[in-house]
Structure formats: C-alpha cells, structure tokens
Design a protein around this ligand. Structure first.
Ligand code: HEM
Length: 127
C-alpha cells in the first residue's frame, strides 16, 4: 500500500468525481483504483486495501485468482497464500510440496459437476 500512498489524493479525487453507476468501470479499467479495495465504494480510509475473502466453492474454475487476476493458476494461488498469509501472521506455515498439492486437490474437490458443465459451456479453461 505504501506505493499508493502518494497517489491517494489524485485517486480519491478520481473516485469522488465518479458516479456510483460508473464505479465498476473505473475499478476494472484503473489498477491503482482497484488496489484501494473496499475504500472505493465506502470512501472510509479504514477500508483502504481491504478485500472480501472470496468463496472457495468452484475455485478451480475461476482462474485467474485474487482481486486483480494477477495469479494465473490455482497451484500458484495456494503457494502465494501460504507465503503471504504466513508472512503477515509472522507464523510461517511450512508445508511440503506434497502437502501443497494435497491442498490444491482439496480445493479441486470443491467443484460441483453443474459448475463444470457451465464452465464447458462458456469455455473456461480447466486446469
Ligand atoms: C492454507 C491456507 C489458505 C489457502 C489454501 C488459501 C487459498 C486461497 C485461494 C485459492 C485464493 C484465491 C481465491 C480467488 O481469487 O478466487 C485466496 C484468496 C484470498 N484469501 Fe486465502 N487461503 C489460505 C489462507 C488464508 C487466510 C489465513 C486468510 C485470511 C486471514 C485468507 C484470506 C484470503 C483473501 C482476503 C483472499 C483474496 C485476496 C485477493 O483478492 O487479492 N486466506 N485464498
């Protein structure tokens, strides 16, 4: 978030000048605005950088991952989460490669057959 601190006045003005109905377009077209998270809709400074924890149901079908789609595969998303959340909690979660793959398999198992059919219909890329 430090990277964006200096940009906050400009970005806040941009957000303030945008009608509520156009906020979605602003968020999807401007990565700096998107990085501000929930703040864009509430305008409460405490919400800067806050993102809703997404559901993991059917997560294998919803690549790319994270709020900005910056992580292309589920395996990388799991590796990133383990690294990033460990770093934040200052309690490293040390998992073997096998255990990480087990986690990916677990996440795969949260996929419903109906969602697979739907993904095929709209031609999502299945991992
Ligand atoms: C081994 C433990 C964990 C696994 C396997 C895991 C897995 C994942 C995956 C696959 C995603 C991507 C979801 C998507 O983009 O649709 C994700 C995102 C996220 N997870 Fe986790 N997670 C773990 C731990 C945690 C913990 C401990 C927290 C909170 C304290 C957390 C909070 C979040 C949040 C806020 C996001 C969204 C991040 C963003 O959109 O940029 N996760 N997680």
């Amino acid at each position: 978030m430090n990277r964006l601190t200096a940009r906050l006045p400009v970005l806040s003005m941009r957000i303030a000048r945008t009608q509520a109905a156009e906020l979605d377009d602003l968020i999807t077209s401007d990565p700096e605005v998107a990085a501000l998270g929930r703040f864009v809709t509430t305008r409460n400074p405490r919400d800067i950088g806050k993102f809703r924890t997404p559901t993991l149901r059917n997560v294998a079908l919803t690549a790319p991952y994270m709020h900005d789609g910056s992580i292309p595969t589920l395996r990388q998303a799991v590796d990133f989460e383990i690294y990033y959340r460990s770093l934040r909690s200052q309690r490293p979660l040390i998992l073997t490669p096998r255990e990480r793959l087990d986690l990916v398999s677990f996440l795969d198992s949260l996929t419903s057959p109906a969602a697979i059919d739907f993904a095929k219909m709209v031609q999502f890329k299945l991992e």
